[in-house]
Design a protein around this ligand. Structure first.
Ligand SMILES: N[C@@H](CCC(=O)N[C@@H](CS)C(=O)NCC(=O)O)C(=O)O
Length: 198
């Protein structure tokens, strides 16, 4: 299977970590979304990564759908199936991804919008959203078992991306998140090479 991805992309990082846990090897193709190339648009008409091309040529996007697929084909190695554990796992994934979406919106505001057209109240709203999510995440992680699952990969990827793009955002205010990340990589060193990187 071919994964269109980029090294800094947090959603791609989540998929790569998930595939590793599922024992699925992906042919990872570095993809620049701003080029809107044919390969990307054929794989995902939305023009975003991660996008997966299956061995039969069919395609899947976005990261949540790809991870659900990896879980299914691996016989549920990625997502716990008991209702309580499933609920916690999927809620944490949604929270971590929503956090990233908010912070990414602020990055795109600077990257793609001319300065005179930026709307600071909207940016402030995204940061309020992000800080609420970070606070709740810090509490939720206390309930997550040590054994890695989709929730772990979503959190490690999304926090890793924030540390890459906006270092210092949560380290002081949410030290529990820093401790959690350190413990995760100490117990699961293989995943460190897949975290978002420049
Ligand atoms: N909900 C999507 C979000 C994917 C996404 O936003 N990917 C970013 C890179 S991390 C992207 O492709 N951005 C390019 C763009 O928005 O044009 C997912 O979970 O896969």
């Amino acid at each position: 299977m071919r994964l269109l991805y980029s090294k800094p992309s947090p959603y791609s990082s989540k998929v790569r970590m998930s595939a590793h846990l599922c024992g699925i090897e992906l042919d990872c193709v570095s993809t620049d979304t701003s080029a809107e190339g044919d390969d990307l648009l054929r794989t995902n008409p939305i023009g975003k990564i991660p996008a997966l091309e299956l061995d039969d040529g069919s395609t899947l996007y976005d990261s949540r759908v790809i991870c659900e697929y990896l879980d299914r084909v691996s016989g549920n190695l990625l997502i716990p199936q008991g209702l309580e554990a499933w609920t916690l796992c999927k809620r944490i994934e949604a929270l971590a991804d929503g956090l990233t979406e908010a912070v990414m919106a602020t990055l795109y505001e600077v990257r793609y919008r001319p300065e005179e057209k930026r709307h600071q109240p909207w940016v402030d709203k995204q940061w309020r959203r992000a800080h609420r999510a970070l606070d709740v995440l810090e509490g939720d992680l206390a309930h997550l078992p040590a054994e890695p699952s989709l929730a772990h990969f979503a959190v490690a990827s999304d926090l890793g991306w924030i540390q890459l793009r906006y270092p210092g955002t949560f380290e002081e205010k949410n030290p529990g998140l820093v401790r959690w990340l350190e413990a995760f990589y100490a117990a699961n060193p293989a995943y460190e090479a897949m975290k978002p990187a420049a």
